[in-house]
Design a protein around this ligand. Structure first.
Ligand code: SF4
Ligand code: SF4
Length: 261
């Protein structure tokens, strides 16, 4: 483990945490035959970052990291980059591919395992740590979630938002995100200095908007309800085939320039 001196106090090297995550992904991908695009992007910020208060001002239903773990000092957000096989399989047609749906379910499980593994390791050296559940923590009526991994990732510097409302990381937006809160002080990450979405950089794109089969992204305030309806319908339709609840679609995260980079 590398200890850095940062702002007067010792900070744990974020690559030490990344190695712990890779350890879990390696075992899991071998077991399930998934070629995750390693290494996983990872970022960290402190629980004192003023952007948490700003986020809560805009989304009062969102928790502050200290509401979840009052003694926490750092918020680590990581991305598991989905496999090229799953991404490519999901490009054609209006229905999501079975591979995409299966990988969605398996990756959610992996995120929980990563959270448990990192928590165990950090606890063993004296730091209370919690992994936040990857999904299904939203109010089904207004679709508000008490924790947004995307917003946490933005605050931590993991990426920037695309027009598809996804967080675009160094490995694109075809990723699943997870958050870990810890008492350990983890080296803070520098924020991206450019927008990763082409349109926000002044380049014509809008591909994600056109990819949505129900045109939900052109007016997200109304479209998000139609999107959720579609995801729920997909989950019910494919539950026996994929052996789980895959409320996923991913058409706006595949077949686009920012899917993998
Ligand atoms: S597809 Fe284009 S417009 Fe959409 S998020 Fe990616 S870069 Fe931005
Ligand atoms: S997940 Fe599917 S339905 Fe929802 S916005 Fe993206 S493409 Fe549209």
């Amino acid at each position: 483990m590398t200890a850095l001196i940062h702002g007067g106090s010792a900070a744990m090297d974020i690559l030490y945490i990344r190695d712990m995550i890779i350890e879990v992904i390696d075992k899991y991908s071998t077991m399930h035959g998934i070629n995750y695009r390693l290494p996983p992007p990872i970022a960290s910020t402190t629980t004192r970052n003023k952007m948490w208060n700003k986020l809560i001002e805009i989304h009062p239903w969102h928790l502050h990291p200290l509401d979840i773990l009052p003694s926490s000092r750092s918020v680590i957000v990581f991305a598991i980059p989905l496999s090229l096989e799953a991404i490519n399989s999901n490009i054609k047609g209006e229905e999501p591919s079975i591979q995409w749906l299966k990988e969605y379910i398996l990756t959610n499980k992996l995120i929980e395992e990563v959270g448990e593994h990192v928590s165990r390791k950090l606890k063993s050296i004296g730091y209370k740590t919690i992994g936040i559940k990857p999904t299904h923590d939203y109010d089904p009526i207004n679709l508000r979630s008490s924790w947004s991994h995307r917003h946490a990732g933005y605050i931590a510097g993991l990426g920037t938002f695309g027009l598809n409302n996804l967080l675009i990381t160094e490995k694109g937006c075809a990723v699943r995100l997870g958050t870990i809160l810890t008492e350990a002080y983890i080296e803070e990450t520098l924020k991206p200095t450019i927008e990763y979405c082409l349109v926000k950089r002044g380049v014509k794109c809008y591909k994600c908007i056109h990819r949505c089969p129900i045109n939900a992204l052109s007016d997200w305030s109304k479209g998000k309800y139609r999107c959720q309806e579609r995801l729920n319908a997909i989950a019910l339709k494919y539950k026996d085939v994929v052996r789980g609840f895959a409320d996923a679609c991913g058409k706006c995260a595949t077949g686009i320039p920012c899917a993998t980079k």
